[in-house]
Design a protein around this ligand. Structure first.
Ligand SMILES: [Zn+2]
Length: 76
């Protein structure tokens, strides 16, 4: 199940912000690039909702600013 989740295009997902409760597509998040990663901010309130850091052998995803991340399945 998890392999299916992360094999999809996350930019097509909908993210629900912890701070303001707004829901919107990941593609609308404002991105700030930092070194080996990026921070995505809520389009409504500017709060960081997720961050991604890539190292030589791993990718770390931090979703602490996100209530839910809903990923549509291609077959749906
Ligand atoms: Zn927000």
């Amino acid at each position: 199940m998890l392999s299916g989740l992360f094999a999809v295009d996350v930019t097509a997902a909908t993210v629900l912000c912890v701070r303001c409760g707004s829901a919107g597509p990941v593609a609308r998040l404002r991105l700030d690039h930092h070194g080996h990663g990026l921070v995505a901010h809520c389009a409504e309130c500017g709060e960081p909702v997720l961050s991604v850091v890539r190292t030589e052998d791993a990718v770390a995803l931090d979703l602490r600013g996100t209530v839910a991340l809903t990923v549509p399945l291609e077959s749906a």
